[in-house]
Design a protein around this ligand. Structure first.
Ligand code: BDR
Ligand code: CA
Length: 316
């Protein structure tokens, strides 16, 4: 059987429990050629998310260049999410200290370098505020054509989570999101419309706990921690926001997707950070995003559990 060609990717996020799980399954899948990891300020400050990124990469044995991202949003005041991810940005089980350091260059420079040097077009998996990707497009417009697409977690066509209209990643840096959505780079959007249906439930945590590897032991505790916040809001499981941006690339058959022209609200008394779809095509624009609307929840959870289980096979 011929092996499927690996998808060249940059993992850009703000770990973050669900970012960490997204990267963990991406690495386990063997379906990606992970060229770099870059960090965003979002769930916590850039210092904390970069430290977390290095610890996560050390835990899962992902030995790729890691670079620190833009320290703050393009224009808006910085905002973090300690209520969801804790003061460290990745509270819960103790993690190994980083086995290596971040690159001496920043995220935008590293992204530009790997995109320029890659033989194939590169996909950016964006699971935090989109500051780095926007800065890349501004600083290196010539590289736009070398980006295959941006598979991003953010927004929600129907509702928000940080305000009634806005989802966290977009709200933190709406100008960055606007630049990316208006860039012409194809976008695969995993918004709250799907990610709040991609629940991993306590029975699934248990399946991961039973795997008994070093990585699975950490992942189930991350899930427990992440669920603690969501349980108080009535969720039946932990919403796997960021893992959707990875899973949709390797298992698109689990998802329902629709193309829309999506605009980003950067102003407004009530709707700053909203992702506004042109439901009926009234603007006459071609779609700029493939929006994921639904998921086969059980199959998604099975795939996630199975991918975490692969670490046991390799002694991690
Ligand atoms: C998004 O916000 C962050 O807290 C999560 O990591 C995810 O990327 C969900 O709104
Ligand atoms: Ca995130």
């Amino acid at each position: 059987m011929t092996e499927q060609k690996r998808i060249p990717v940059i993992l850009d996020g703000d770990p973050g429990h669900d970012d960490a799980i997204a990267w963990t399954i991406a690495h386990a899948s063997g379906r990606f050629d992970i060229l770099a990891v870059t960090t965003a300020a979002g769930n916590q400050t850039i210092e904390k998310t970069t430290y977390n990124a290095l610890r996560v990469c050390t835990l899962i044995g992902l030995n790729v260049p890691v670079a620190r991202g833009c320290p703050r949003p393009l224009l808006t005041e910085p905002m973090n999410a300690p209520s969801v991810h804790g003061e460290s940005g990745l509270d819960g089980p103790p993690l190994p200290e980083p086995a290596f350091e971040a690159e001496p260059i920043g995220a935008v420079e590293l992204m530009a370098r790997v995109i320029r040097e890659s033989g194939d077009k590169v996909t950016i998996v964006s699971t935090g505020p989109m500051t780095n990707t926007a800065a890349l497009l501004i600083a290196h417009p010539e590289l736009k054509e070398r980006i295959e697409r941006v598979s991003m977690m953010g927004g929600g066509l129907l509702y928000g989570n940080w305000t009634p209209a806005a989802e966290f990643n977009i709200l933190v840096d709406p100008e960055a999101a606007k630049i990316v959505f208006e860039s012409g780079v194809p976008i695969l959007m995993a918004g709250l419309d799907v990610t709040e249906k991609a629940l991993v439930k306590p029975a699934d945590f248990e399946r991961i706990r039973e795997q008994g590897s070093a990585v699975s032991d950490i992942v189930w505790q991350w899930l427990e921690f992440f669920y603690r916040f969501h349980r108080t809001l009535g969720y039946e499981g932990a919403p796997m926001h960021d893992p959707c941006a990875v899973m949709a690339l390797i298992h698109p058959e689990l998802f329902t997707m629709r193309d829309y022209y999506v605009q980003i609200e950067t102003l407004g008394d009530y709707c700053k950070g909203a992702t506004v779809p042109d439901w009926h095509g009234t603007l006459g624009h071609a779609p700029n995003a493939t929006c994921i609307m639904d998921v086969d929840r059980d199959a998604f959870a099975d795939r996630l559990v199975e991918l975490i289980g692969r670490y046991k096979e390799v002694g991690r």
